[in-house]
Design a protein around this ligand. Structure first.
Ligand SMILES: [Zn+2]
Length: 506
């Protein structure tokens, strides 16, 4: 048995000014061939699970490409073509199964608003009968093209995503069982017109917890896989929003009933998927009153894991204005500042503009650097191994990195985008985050498994960035309407009739 296994992951924020060339998909672009296998084997990711499953079957494994890019603007067309060609060319040589680790919210410049659906369509054209298993992120904006061109699709059930491996394992094992004739997967899907905000998608709280639990319940009731997607809202595409995919063992009516039940759990609590921010000045004043650290200051609108530039300085500026001290800031992406500070050297006293190097035309904001004076405390290559619990074992590369000590704040400045999803963003440059009063993190959700356990409190800070959870910042042109909360009044009384046509595969 020969299995083609590949990864192509990107969450596209169509409002982001950050470009997404081939080089964004790995240290030197996406991994190819044996390098893809070497890089992903043993990781707690869907592709890591696909490799393990295939090896258990003693299958011949081919890994044409494996690439994961941080969320950013639409993917470069040539980079996307390269992914598609690498995968389709390998499939065209002949194989018994295909396992793809995809995101589900990829938009491609000059090509498609449905990167995954278009890829799957191409793969199906090359291999019309070959079974295809797909893993998707919880933030996938699912389309009919994706569902109609895959055999099995399963999505993460957690946010923060700590079940990546399990999701790949689920999708891959259903496919293998189907190939052995043990089950006959029938897939149905549907969506509800809710543009949920990612800050309200924590699967351990509120409506999102109920929605995710409804998917677990469907699996307990016999669904082979039930995936409740939150969707990705910073995507101006028709199918952005919440959706559900159910796979049953040849029981379409049961699948449709489960789908409708899960979607109605979301619809009945739609107000709870919308985020309301506290004014920044008030949030910082509140943080100032807190006695014991570490206190997390969460600059969520500038979170690079949502496509933001990770270089806006508004939260730090306000924190310094109100006199907060003993702050560690992590990381700010500013290659120019890194270069200047490395040339100055450790121990040098420097005054320079930090951050604010990128304009954000989609939200009508120009970059606003913050001029600071301080001492270069450390210079590193920015590499560390993530200890978990998410992306455990993956080598993180922040690019050359500098610790700039501006007195009240020690700032980690990096060349590359880096979500603070591991304490390594601080410990790898010599900062002990447990000993700081404040940790200013450009994070919205990934801080939870790693920083929440060491934090005494946390404050969401309404900074500036294209990762904002305020939907009024964005001008949607392609999104289907009506959709909540952009449109307040509409009726959705017949869910299964309004849901798009379900697709069947086996
Ligand atoms: Zn996600």
């Amino acid at each position: 048995m020969k299995i083609v296994i590949a990864q192509m992951e990107h969450e596209t924020n169509t409002f982001s000014p950050v470009p997404t060339p081939w080089e964004s998909f790995g240290p030197n672009g996406a991994y190819l061939g044996k390098d893809a296998y070497q890089a992903m084997k043993g990781t707690r990711t869907p592709i890591g699970a696909f490799i393990d499953l295939a090896e258990k079957e003693n299958a011949e494994i081919v890994t044409p490409v494996s690439g994961f890019a941080y969320p950013s603007g639409p993917v470069d067309g040539a980079a996307y073509d390269r992914f598609c060609d690498l995968i389709c060319d390998e499939v065209a040589k002949g194989c018994d199964a295909i396992m793809l680790d995809l995101h589900g919210a990829m938009v491609v410049q000059h090509r498609t608003m449905d990167g995954e659906g278009t890829l799957l369509e191409k793969v199906r054209t090359v291999a019309p009968k070959t079974p295809i298993a797909v893993s998707l992120d919880l933030h996938a904006n699912v389309t009919d093209t994706m569902v109609s061109n895959a055999t099995v699709i399963a999505g993460y059930k957690t946010y923060p995503h700590i079940d990546m491996y399990e999701t790949g394992e689920l999708a891959g094992s259903i496919l293998l069982r189907a190939m052995k004739g043990e089950v006959k997967p029938v897939m149905v899907w549907g969506n509800v017109p809710i543009l949920a905000q990612t800050l309200k998608m924590n699967t351990s709280e509120g409506a999102m917890k109920d929605y995710a639990e409804a998917a677990h319940q469907a699996e307990r009731e016999g669904a082979l896989a039930a995936s409740a997607f939150g969707g990705f809202p910073m995507a101006d595409i028709p199918q952005a929003g919440m959706s559900t995919i159910i796979i049953t063992d040849a029981n379409r009516p049961a699948g449709e009933a489960m789908r409708d039940r899960i979607l109605s759990v979301a619809w009945s609590q739609k107000e709870d998927f919308i985020w309301h921010d506290e004014p920044l000045e008030q949030a910082i004043a509140r943080a100032k009153q807190m006695k014991e650290g570490p206190i997390l200051l969460l600059d969520h609108p500038d979170n690079c894991a949502t496509g933001a530039t990770q270089d806006t300085m508004h939260v730090l500026k306000e924190a310094l204005r109100q006199g907060l001290t003993d702050i560690a800031v992590g990381p700010i992406r500013d290659p120019e500042a890194v270069d200047q500070l490395i040339r100055a050297g450790v121990g040098a006293n420097v005054t320079l503009p930090i951050g604010g190097k990128m304009d954000m035309p989609a939200i009508n904001r120009k970059g606003e650097p913050l001029e600071l004076t301080g001492i270069v405390r450390a210079i590193t290559d920015g590499e560390y191994t993530i200890t978990g619990p998410q992306f455990t074992g993956v080598r993180a590369m922040m690019g050359r990195s500098v610790v700039f000590d501006a007195g009240s704040a020690e700032i980690v400045i990096t060349e590359r985008l880096q979500e603070p999803w591991d304490r390594g963003v601080f410990t790898s440059v010599g900062i002990d985050p447990t000993r700081k009063k404040y940790l200013l993190l450009k994070s919205r959700m990934y801080f939870r498994p790693v920083f929440l356990p060491i934090a005494k409190d946390m404050v969401y800070c309404d900074g500036v960035g294209v990762g904002s959870s305020d939907w009024r910042m964005f001008n949607y042109e392609h999104l289907r309407r009506p959709i909540y909360p952009l449109d307040e009044q509409f009726d959705i009384s017949h869910l299964s009739e309004t849901a798009p046509a379900a697709a069947q595969n086996q």
